[in-house]
Design a protein around this ligand. Sequence first.
Ligand SMILES: N[C@@H](CCC(=O)N[C@@H](CS)C(=O)NCC(=O)O)C(=O)O
Length: 132
Amino acid sequence: MSTELGSGKSMASASVGEEEHNNNNKLILYSYWRSSCSFRLRIALNVKGLEYEYKAVNLLKGEQSHPEFLQLNPIGFVPVLVDGPAVIFDSFAIIMYLEDKYPQHPLLPTDIHKRAINFQVVTIALFSPKFE
Ligand SMILES: N[C@@H](CCC(=O)N[C@@H](CS)C(=O)NCC(=O)O)C(=O)O
């Protein structure tokens, strides 16, 4: 893993310090190729036509536990999205962020009933004990 962001500062506030700021505002995705949570993000970014820099975090080599990555995401999970000063982890949160910030090629329907059904599918898939 090579990250430009690790400088020994805490990322607990989920934002990157000024001097670590991703100044060109290019989206950066920390991801692992076999991670299903990361697939979602790559699909969402591509559907929206957003360019991003891909930073590989090799989970099999334990790179998610490297101190520099833990500064970015203290939980030690991929995916992580960096958008300027914003550092976001958790695929659902990142997808909702992308949907709000980059509304082109929407991922969700505007009809509120259809939106609710989309959220229903997400929460059932993620949290229903029947699927554990
Ligand atoms: N709820 C999180 C789950 C993230 C997650 O479980 N990531 C896995 C890969 S799919 C991971 O990084 N695992 C690292 C580990 O278990 O050490 C999301 O949807 O982003």
